[in-house]
Design a protein. Sequence first.
Length: 380
Amino acid sequence: MEAGPLQALPAVLALELSPGEHPRRLSLDRDEAAELAALVALDLHALVPQVEQARLALAGALFDAVELLRPGFPAWSTLDELARRIPRGQLENVVAFGSHEGRMPAQPLEPDPSYADGPMRLLPLSLLAPEALASELSERLEVELVGRGEAGTRTADWLMRTFGIRLEHVRYLSRNDLLALTCVQYEHVNLAPLWQLLEAAMLTPYRAETTLSARGLALRYADGKVWAQSPTQWLATQTGDIAERRHAFAGIVFELRQYAALLQAHGLSLHLDVPPGGHAELGNGWLGETVASADPAYDAPALFAHEAAGLGVVAVTVAQRGPGGRARALAHTYPLQPAALGPLVTLLADRFGTASDLHALGSIQLDEHGLLGAPATALH
């Protein structure tokens, strides 16, 4: 291998599982990882002979795309860092990292069982090439992997035996190929705006990005975070009768839950973008906004649960009742996960100095202006 700095060319070995198949484990031990790396090296050399001038690094672990496609690409950056530590001339041009006593050598190379049920499993690998070769090798790999990147029969058989699974396809993809494939998958399920934000976070993290969700919720990426327009602010821009607005609001919260879950899987947090004067908060599985301070001239605050068919509680409003039974909202919170509701109610009761009784409304309660509110009369 040539002396001088090495440039990393990231790729994956993609395993498309047969229907109903699940790997019996998610990682390989050190010896197994070395065996697989030797087979991968042979496959890649047959596709692009110039790879013999680069160092192949492989992580012996199975990931979902959401684990690999995160800001900073932590799995690949960790793999590259570990591979660079090994002096040149050792282990020839192939280095593999597997588990020891059930653990991978670094946390970013540890697969999360939460994402283990997908139909495609990905083994990250990287080619560390001299700068003089890197550009040409990258171009050749992009062309050859797309055109004829199927893994060799020996490699596929080894994977099926070792992981105890049947596979439909095993092929090599560059990281660019994986990005493009994931983009198409998200577009197919109407999540193109989400991908727009993810792509900005991964490829141009220094640049802000704005977009609209499929239902028209304003979204932006900035400084490593994703910000979503307040659902109540979005509701204020809507027209239509009460039934239409209720249905639309439920749809927005459903979309917010989708985005929050996928962003978290990709290593990003979702925050509320509230109007001036408001205060946004991010909790464990919920988002919230404070819209007013408690008024001592009004009754004690109470907690109200807005509900929608199929979604359960979509929002919890803290409100006070005043003269004539008129209610004023103090805060709106949005449970993103079912398990978040109980702790959220306890927190709100403590914060606003009220009972933790959650008054179920049976629907989404809107005030005379079509905004999220609370009943004007007491609930019994």
